[in-house]
Design a protein around this ligand. Sequence first.
Ligand code: MF3
Ligand code: CO
Length: 252
Amino acid sequence: MAITIKSHSEIEKMREAGKILADVHDRLGEIIEPGISTLDIDRKGEEMIRKAGCIPSFLNYEGYPASICVSVNDEVVHGIPNKKNILKEGDIVSLDAGVIYEGYHSDAARTYGVGQISDEDQRLIDITRESFFEGIKLATAGNHLHDISQAIQKYVEDAGFSVVRDLVGHGIGSNLHEEPQIPNFKTVGRGPKLREGMTLAIEPMVNIGDWKVWILEDDWTVVTRDGSKSAHYENTILITDKEPEILSLTAK
Ligand code: MF3
Ligand code: CO
């Protein structure tokens, strides 16, 4: 399947999906504190998504058992919420969520510190978020996809961290995952040309140590091989002829 260009009415639905998801993330960010379980976060997130009239897109996606991916410390992405997994002071936690509004998807992730965290961990979180914004500076119609990928990689590696290679961002629309795949690192070629009306989920995953990862026995949780901490930041964006529109972010 080729990369889809969204119509005005499709974009309107994706804006609404993005607005709802941004708000869910803002509110989930406020409940992160020592003592909360990763399952509490999932339950609250799912309730917020449903109350807003959306469907949590991750639930049952290829068998994934929850609505919010909650990944702690060396977990990169796709952590499975569990009531025995209690967040403690000094942890970092990545929340990844997706919603469907009137058939259209939005996908976004944030990483938070739990209570007081180390300067290095805070820097990891900041660099990961900033790398997204560095990348999307180049997300303009006429540029190539890999301009974004390379900008993210450069920003992260200049900061002394590494980008995960085994997972990538993706096109998004009436499906959670559409073409193209969006690596956060340089690969051969320039990738497809960006065009107005493309909607993309850009999602750097950044490790303090090496980029290599494993998947745990649960077949979902991706962890760093070296045990170093990892952060994730993601938004759904719309390509225009100027700056991209970030669909899944509130003014906050
Ligand atoms: N947010 C993930 C992505 O960007 C999707 C998670 S799929 C799930 O591709 F099954 F783990 F929920
Ligand atoms: Co995604």
